[in-house]
Design a protein around this ligand. Structure first.
Ligand code: SF4
Length: 181
């Protein structure tokens, strides 16, 4: 019967879990440092192109959370862009499916240098739970040189931010002078 169900749906509590509260101060501090480092390194804020290379979509949920209203990282200048031509970072999630190999290579080819490839999630490291599957090439490193791996299944938005910050801080550091130079 439709009506009892409808009445239950109207008065019952939602079946979804409440959204977790992000660690506001930690996230804001990380995002501010990331923005400042990006401005030192690039002269502007950081642009990220996310590439799903064949993930289960768990990692995308976390990337979306990072970019969504809860974390609201655009207020710190962090942008997820629609085209690799506008990106500084390729944030790749999932193992690389065989059908995605060429797409990933072409995405990298259209991203201007300097471009950093970040493998986000355990699958992006080495195939994770999909390792050895007939449809999987392996981790991102099997297709492209990887600058940073962010572990986790999936990594949280805070871990993604920490990883991106570590990457940019390492890039922003001036090269060490040779000993005796
Ligand atoms: S790391 Fe975990 S959440 Fe991310 S794609 Fe693999 S199985 Fe899914």
């Amino acid at each position: 019967m439709l009506w009892p169900r409808l009445a239950r749906a109207l008065v019952g509590r939602p079946l979804t879990d409440p959204a977790p509260t992000p660690p506001e101060e930690v996230v804001a501090a990380l995002a501010e440092r990331l923005d400042a480092t990006a401005r030192t390194r690039l002269g502007r804020s950081l642009a990220i192109r996310q590439v799903d290379a064949a993930s289960c979509n768990g990692c995308e949920l976390e990337v979306n959370a990072m970019a969504g209203v809860l974390y609201d990282l655009e207020r710190f200048g962090l942008r997820i862009v629609a085209s690799p031509r506008h990106a500084d970072v390729l944030l790749v999630t999932g193992p690389v499916g065989r059908n995605m190999r060429e797409a990933l290579e072409r995405t990298r080819a259209c991203t201007p240098d300097p471009c950093w490839v970040v493998a986000a999630g355990d699958c992006a490291l080495d195939g994770g739970v999909f390792k050895g599957s007939y449809g999987v090439e392996g981790g991102v490193g099997a297709v492209l040189p990887v600058d940073l791996v962010i572990r986790g299944c999936p990594p949280t938005p805070t871990q993604l931010l920490e990883g991106l910050l570590a990457l940019l801080e390492a890039q922003a550091r001036p090269a060490a002078k040779p000993a005796g130079g």
